[in-house]
Write a protein that binds this ligand. Sequence first.
Ligand SMILES: Nc1ncnc2c1ncn2[C@@H]1O[C@H](COP(=O)(O)OP(=O)(O)OP(=O)(O)O)[C@@H](O)[C@H]1O
Ligand SMILES: [Mg+2]
Length: 249
Amino acid sequence: MILEVNHLSAKYQNSEKMVLNSVSFLLEKGKKLGIVGESGSGKSTLTRILAGFHPYVSGKVYVENRMVKASIKDRNWLSKKMQLIFQNPLSSLDPRQTVRQILEEPLVNFSSLSAKERKQKINAILKEVNLQTNILEKRSAALSGGQAQRICIARSLLANPEILICDEPVTSLDMTTQIKIIQLLKNLVEEKKLSIIFVSHDISLVLELCDEVLVLKEGRTVDYFAAKEWGNVERHPYTKELIESTKII
Ligand SMILES: Nc1ncnc2c1ncn2[C@@H]1O[C@H](COP(=O)(O)OP(=O)(O)OP(=O)(O)O)[C@@H](O)[C@H]1O
Ligand SMILES: [Mg+2]
């Protein structure tokens, strides 16, 4: 198992209320887990815990059989294994940096490549995310949402992660761009055999994209199933409600 979460409970400092309550799931290497649930159900908190940015009250989190917590040591270790892609790509990029500087960073931090090799890598990754090399000298503030998300994806891939965590990666983009970015992520993840956690409000998208689905409601697991088998048994009423609501939209 690349990820194992057992009875995880977590809260924020300013309140006694648990925002995650005994959540458990497994992620096998190379598999895709979708996490769905309405706003406030604890999806982003869960991703922050997995990356070592937020502490938990009880339960266990294992990444490649190592128990991880929100410590600097674990965070450093996790940063070599795991990359995160967020909802708002422009706020994940430093507006003063050029695209080239942004893409150089993971290569300088995580590899010992020469300047020439780094250049080659950057040109190759731009092709993979369908961008032209003339974007390299642009500052990130000048990018469109779709271009910025492609750069965030490229930056993540250059760090050579095993696990990719996407927290609503297309929510801030227009519909056409959403479809293109999803297709891009789908191709890249399959090609690179990444393990992925894909957080979304959209259960239809998750059913199409992922192997397994975890449904959260108010911090609790209400459903957990293989995407292929979703229609085989009567689903939890809340899961059905989510499916119905995506049909209307
Ligand atoms: N920094 C914070 N301090 C206190 N409470 C917080 C903080 N961030 C989130 N929460 C609370 O934790 C709960 C879970 O929030 P979280 O952001 O994980 O939900 P989410 O499922 O990602 O929602 P969304 O779909 O809107 O992104 C919510 O009740 C929220 O109000
Ligand atoms: Mg969120």
